[in-house]
Design a protein around this ligand. Structure first.
Ligand SMILES: *Cc1c(COP(=O)(O)O)cnc(C)c1O
Length: 428
């Protein structure tokens, strides 16, 4: 056991990298303290340089549904990498990958692959604008769609954590076409659409938001969005970067039987490598260049490494029917947590679907939109987070994020986690 290495590594990192990190939430700003620097990951666990191991519920922000360094995926990647890592020319692997996703998602007839979820959302909005010839877009407070200027308005955890409504460097002109409405409030959507429909290109939504913590849609909210967008010829975009292949094999659209026009993907479909995907109706997708005139491109897009990791992950998800298993594990964990909280008189609300969940520390009875989310007790979460970390449990370093259970989490992991929560809830 060597203490203080994380601090040393963090200080060194801060000299050369802004804030010491390459993505802001990693810096532990929301919970305070020094981030853990990771040496390696295997299965459900990550290991630091001080000799500690942690059961990981962050799982690269949901990207790793199978667990860290899953052997079968790593084996496939190793063999493909020997033959070149990028060509800037097409490979049949890309077609195989697109076909897998088109077969899985009822609404997706064609897919364009890129390198991040941010790109997918950015391209989706450009495509919707190009297709409709309209400028304005609707998004929902607390939903995150990557960091393109016009989407970075009330954008969930990162900006919630940092207490800034959006960001510096966003000229008014860039965001004046973005309406930010309240998730789960269909009345407001109707009002805005009825007034501005001639100018509205798209509604973009995380159908089940997970970037302000997990929020569940009220009955008929998503159906309502579909009906109203269809009526006014507005493009409906489901941002399933987190939910795609997380809850089932085929997305929230399949779960609720609601077909969006376009879908953004990322995280899980890259099998732990950089990726983004934009899919949807052929009629709209063929507005993309080189067929149509909406430009979209990428030097490393569809590289054989990300694609191979993706294909191998999707095949495992498809063949092993793991979703039931994941859900059972998560149910045991969440009902255990609720029971302990009740006993210790800690006020929480757990929002859960499939293998993702958020424990909101709150006196509210339920949490279903951004306003409710903001009533959470972040101070209590901060204490909870650090005490859990000491117990060897790595939770997302912000109240406004989701926990993810992977195929590699064992019953023993769940037991250990519950025992830690039992001890920790005693003194927060
Ligand atoms: C993570 C995420 C993005 C952005 O993806 P990156 O790969 O980080 O650019 C977009 N939308 C949602 C819903 C996400 O969770």
């Amino acid at each position: 056991m060597v203490k203080g290495i994380n601090e040393k590594l963090f200080n060194e990192a801060k000299r050369y990298i802004p804030g010491g990190v390459n993505s802001p939430v990693r810096a532990f700003k929301a919970v305070g303290g020094t981030p853990v620097f990771i040496k390696k990951g295997k299965g459900s666990k990550i290991y630091d340089f001080e000799g500690n191991s942690y059961i990981d519920y962050c799982m690269s922000w949901g990207a790793l549904i199978l667990g860290h360094a899953y052997s079968e995926v790593i084996r496939k990647v190793k063999s493909v990498i020997e033959n070149g890592t990028s060509f800037g020319a097409p490979t049949p692997l890309e077609t195989e990958f697109a076909k897998l996703i088109c077969d899985a998602f009822p609404s997706i007839e064609m897919l364009r692959v890129m390198n991040s979820g941010t790109e997918a959302c950015m391209s989706a909005v450009r495509l919707a604008r190009g297709y409709t010839g309209r400028k304005k877009i609707i998004k929902f407070a607390g939903c995150y769609h990557g960091h393109a200027d016009y989407l970075l308005v009330q954008a969930g955890s990162g900006s919630t954590t940092f207490g800034i409504p959006s960001s510096l460097g966003l000229p008014d002109e860039y965001i004046k076409h973005t309406f930010v409405l309240s998730y789960n409030n269909l009345d407001v959507v109707e009002k805005v659409v009825k007034r501005y429909y001639k100018d509205i290109a798209c509604i973009i939504v995380e159908p089940i938001p997970a970037n302000m913590g997990v929020i569940l849609p009220k009955p008929n909210f998503l159906k309502g969005l579909r009906e109203i967008s269809e009526y006014y010829n507005i493009v409906l975009i489901f941002d399933e970067v987190i939910t795609g292949f997380r809850i089932n094999y085929g997305g929230v659209e399949k779960l609720y039987n609601i077909k969006p026009d376009l879908t953004c993907l990322g995280k899980i479909i890259g099998g732990g490598f950089p990726i983004g995907g934009l899919g949807g109706k052929k009629e709209i997708m063929e507005f993309l260049s080189p067929v149509g005139s909406v430009y979209q491109a990428g030097t490393l897009s569809g590289n054989p490494v990300s694609i191979t990791a993706g294909i191998s992950t999707l095949k495992i998800l498809k063949n092993k029917n793991i979703y039931k298993l994941l859900e059972e594990k998560t149910d045991i964990l969440c009902s255990g947590i609720k029971e302990i909280a009740m006993k210790k008189d800690i006020h929480i609300v757990i929002n859960k679907i499939g293998s993702m969940f958020t424990i909101f520390f709150t006196d509210e009875k339920d949490v279903y939109d951004y306003q409710k989310v903001l009533k959470s007790n972040t101070e209590q979460y901060r204490k909870f987070f650090h005490k859990m970390l000491k117990e060897g449990i790595y939770l997302p370093p912000s109240q406004f994020e989701a926990n993810f259970v992977s195929l590699s989490h064992t019953e023993k992991d769940i037991e250990k986690t519950l025992k830690a929560i039992y001890d920790v809830f005693k003194n927060i």
